[in-house]
Write a protein that binds this ligand. Sequence first.
Ligand SMILES: Nc1ncnc2c1ncn2[C@@H]1O[C@H](COP(=O)(O)OP(=O)(O)OP(=O)(O)O)[C@@H](O)[C@H]1O
Ligand SMILES: [Mg+2]
Length: 257
Amino acid sequence: MSIVLSIANQKGGVGKTTTAINLASSLALLGKRILLIDLDYQANATTCMGIHRGSFDKSVFDCLTEEAAIPDVIRLTDNPLIHVLPAKTTVEGIEEKIILNTNRDFILHTQLKLVKEDYDYILIDCPPSLGYVTTNAMVASDGVIVPVQCEFLAMDGLTQLLNTIRLVQAKKKVNMETLTIFGVLLTMLDTRTSAGFQVVNEVKTYFGEKVFQTIIPRNISCSNATFYGVPVTEFSPKSKSSISYQQLAKEVISRNG
Ligand SMILES: Nc1ncnc2c1ncn2[C@@H]1O[C@H](COP(=O)(O)OP(=O)(O)OP(=O)(O)O)[C@@H](O)[C@H]1O
Ligand SMILES: [Mg+2]
């Protein structure tokens, strides 16, 4: 059975893309078949999986406007277990185009049915916004992973995110489907200061058992890996952040039952 997980938080720079690519890579190390969907017009996840901008024509955004079908857009990577539905950086008016579609919230959901069973995990890297693109990701998903950066004002904006999740839950209920908060992931913890641990306590008090036991530390190998455009699990497999993402993959599998 495949499971679709959106990695979402409208706050920018909290570690969504880093989590998407490293969770994909770590789950593949455990033998899982992965489809990574890059729904962010920054296209960082696409690039980090080794898919170069000029090497493809259609992107996931053409699927959202129904000008392409997912199976024709999926790209293979060097890792036979990871496929990518790539994003393009030049996307204008995508939200305006989606709004015109009477099936506007369910476009990705409908399209994903064509390939869903080919994968164990479908991971969706969401953009830093709560528009129709993110709604499409959530409607197509079984669960949401919410990365929260262990920094000042970490909880800021989470109410809005939770409201969006509730709205999507109501939409999915009509189809007898559910959307869970699969897990809250604490990211970029600076273990040298107490401020980060205060955020950890605050988030755990609010979300309880939803918080993953794995906490991703702030680690230079992680930002260096981004610079070179590769997952840290490949760039520096023994670094603290790489080991944490591999732990997270095991936790994700155990939560999936
Ligand atoms: N554990 C970490 N240690 C150090 N740097 C990190 C870590 N995780 C992410 N970063 C860095 O933080 C920056 C933001 O991360 P990332 O791009 O994953 O966030 P995002 O939520 O996807 O951002 P956006 O909202 O712009 O899409 C990147 O430069 C990344 O390299
Ligand atoms: Mg991102």
